[in-house]
Ligand binder design. Structure first.
Ligand SMILES: Cc1cc2nc3c(=O)[nH]c(=O)nc-3n(C[C@H](O)[C@H](O)[C@H](O)COP(=O)(O)OP(=O)(O)OC[C@H]3O[C@@H](n4cnc5c(N)ncnc54)[C@H](O)[C@@H]3O)c2cc1C
Length: 445
């Protein structure tokens, strides 16, 4: 396809759910070099800068969505997606694998459709270096790729030095399972090997971290597994925080479905972790109170993926500040950061948020490559959590840009009602499955 009409651009973005209220916006198209402005309604096709090259790093929710939608918005742009793995295991629904509801296949997705249907150049390699001046990235295999725009969606890395006694090698024995795949399997095997009557400790980190409701959904679905197979067992949550996402709903669900099985301890009681003895599987709270368990799931504090930090894109907190309208980095021109790695105002670090940001970023790039002014974006997020296979709860929000910052739109969205009946919870569980199927289809196919 050469060129893009205004109507098609708006239709595609509307279909992506990333934009709204475009009517009335004064759009203009410019030819190459921005010299000759043309009316959008003349029917003339805009001239397109020859073969603009977009390179997208990371084939998770943010990167895959951005690559796909950039091709849909601007099929004349060369899109290269760089991702080391041939299969992507999603963190969303990885807790259902731990709960014995699904196998690993259920959360595994490939890149064949992105490459075959959308003609995205998918390269299975790791980006080792970025030169923002030469606009070139280097790959571990030794070659390099030039870009006009570079989008990074590398997800998270862990702060391995946050707690004494825990490092990357310790994660083989005390898995975090906060990146899905091998880590999910290690934790799953430990749960299966545990005797009935055993103790599982889950230790969630302080904010900000990937998927705020994730640890509590994990406790719920591990409880589902234990209730089914090892009903005398217990789960102890040693939290670094004093409150957590959807807390009243989770606690109500635990009381109703798993009475007495899950104990949650806040950071200011004795929840926070001071050190870990991997060999004896003992966590010491910040007050040095020891807790020994049969299975420990310690989730370390997090920061942006290393390629972003090593390329000078992160702030002193380890996350990447961006222009929240386009996701262009505050540090380097023509480099964009989306997903968990970015500082995205009030949006949580979630797969849905990364997908939404991928679309906004793709639309901004398509507009830029075609010399079109980008309209004001809106962004969305819904997080479903399963308390049990037939018991779902959710939180949803719509966001807009206010004074350069992504902020929640008051009155749009909200959490599931606390007084809902069993049928409502069952419906939300069904919607959760539907959400997973549609977000993975939207991102990877
Ligand atoms: C247990 C759990 C449950 C969750 N449940 C939900 C849920 O129900 N709903 C929801 O919306 N979100 C959920 N999330 C959050 C969601 O997984 C993340 O927010 C989402 O994956 C972020 O997308 P991303 O693109 O930023 O990073 P990722 O999806 O992690 O993708 C990053 C990709 O970048 C690649 N990469 C990294 N460095 C390089 C490099 N140097 N070169 C090339 N590639 C590189 C990695 O291989 C990876 O594939 C959950 C998370 C967890 C842990």
């Amino acid at each position: 396809m050469n060129g893009i009409s205004r109507r098609r651009f708006i239709r595609l973005m509307g279909g992506a759910g990333a934009f709204s209220a475009l009517n009335g916006l004064a759009w203009s198209l410019a030819g190459c070099g921005d010299t000759e402005k043309q009316s959008l309604d003349t029917g003339k096709q805009p001239q397109v800068k020859a073969k603009a090259r977009a390179v997208i790093v990371g084939g998770g929710f943010g990167g895959a969505s951005c690559a796909k939608y950039l091709r849909r918005f601007a099929a004349d742009v060369q899109v290269t997606l760089i991702e080391p793995s041939r299969r992507f295991y999603t963190c969303p629904f990885s807790n259902t694998v731990l709960g014995g509801m699904n196998g690993m296949d259920y959360i595994s997705h490939g890149y064949e459709t992105l490459s075959e249907r959308y003609a995205i150049n998918v390269v299975h390699d790791t980006v080792s270096d970025i030169d923002p001046v030469a606009k070139r990235i280097s790959l571990q295999a030794g070659n390099s790729v030039d870009y006009d725009a570079l989008v990074l969606s590398p997800g998270i890395d862990f702060r391995w030095d946050a707690v004494e006694g825990y490092d990357e090698s310790a994660a083989e024995m005390i898995p975090h399972a906060w990146q899905a795949g091998n880590q999910t399997q290690i934790l799953g095997r430990q749960l299966v090997a545990m005797e009935d009557g055993g103790v599982v400790i889950i230790a969630p980190p302080g904010n900000p971290f990937r998927c705020p409701p994730g640890p509590y959904e994990r406790a719920s679905l591990i409880a589902h597994y234990l209730k089914t197979h090892k009903p005398r067992s217990k789960i102890l949550m040693l939290d670094a925080k004093d409150k957590f996402s959807k807390q009243p709903l989770f606690m109500q669900g635990w009381e109703a479905v798993y009475p007495g099985m899950i104990e949650w301890v806040s950071g200011s009681d004795w929840g926070g972790i001071g050190r870990i003895d991997t060999q004896s599987r003992t966590l010491y709270s910040s007050f040095d109170k020891p807790h020994t368990a049969d299975v420990i799931n310690y989730i370390p504090p997090q920061m942006a993926g290393s390629i972003a930090r090593n390329s000078g894109l992160a702030n002193s907190d380890g996350w990447c500040p961006v222009d929240q309208r386009t996701f262009e980095s505050n540090m380097h021109k023509d480099v964009y950061v989306i997903g968990d790695a970015s500082v995205a105002g009030q949006m949580p670090k979630s797969g849905f948020a990364a997908n939404s940001q991928g679309k906004v970023c793709a639309a901004g790039l398509a507009a830029k490559f075609h010399g079109i002014e980008m309209p004001d974006p809106s962004y969305v997020n819904t997080c479903y959590s399963l308390v049990a296979p037939d018991y779902g709860i959710s939180v949803a929000a719509v966001y807009r840009l206010v004074d350069g910052e992504i902020k929640k739109v008051e009155g749009a969205g909200g959490v599931s009602p606390k007084d809902a009946d069993a049928e409502f919870r069952r419906d939300e569980a069904r919607y959760a499955v539907g959400w997973y199927q549609s977000i993975t289809a939207d991102s990877f196919t």
